[in-house]
Design a protein around this ligand. Structure first.
Ligand SMILES: [Cu+2]
Length: 120
């Protein structure tokens, strides 16, 4: 009985050691973190007079592509100072931009159409 208990303890100890050995190193954890935040490309669909998603949270340096799925022309223009703007986008046309900071934007043709980019 005593011997059996010893065996169980040994098995438990082995299990603990092997699970410790399987623990991720800081390097592995960093890689996992990078992988989980590796979404660098985002698509915003312009459809039914709306930007979808209207609010997008992303990392600085990420690329956003807007694609016009409506049958009317739209554009994407920074709202406060018109710091950046797409050309007018016909149906099925898209436009991409690398995002450097949070911005509000709208469509100058249909000013009710608004969107927000939030950088982390
Ligand atoms: Cu529009």
């Amino acid at each position: 009985m005593k011997g059996q208990l010893g065996l169980i303890q040994a098995v438990v100890l082995l299990f603990v050691i092997s699970s410790l050995a399987g623990c991720t190193t800081p390097e592995e954890r960093a890689t996992t973190l990078q992988k989980s935040s590796i979404v660098r490309m985002h698509t915003i669909v312009i459809q039914q007079m709306k930007f979808t998603p209207a609010t997008l949270t992303l990392n600085e340096g990420d690329t956003v592509t807007w694609i016009n799925r409506d049958i009317v022309v739209h554009n994407v223009t920074e709202e406060t100072n018109k710091e950046w703007a797409s050309p007018n986008l016909d149906t099925a046309k898209s436009w991409s931009m690398v995002v450097s900071k949070s911005s509000s934007y709208f469509c100058t043709i249909h000013p009710v159409m608004k969107g927000t980019l939030n950088t982390r």
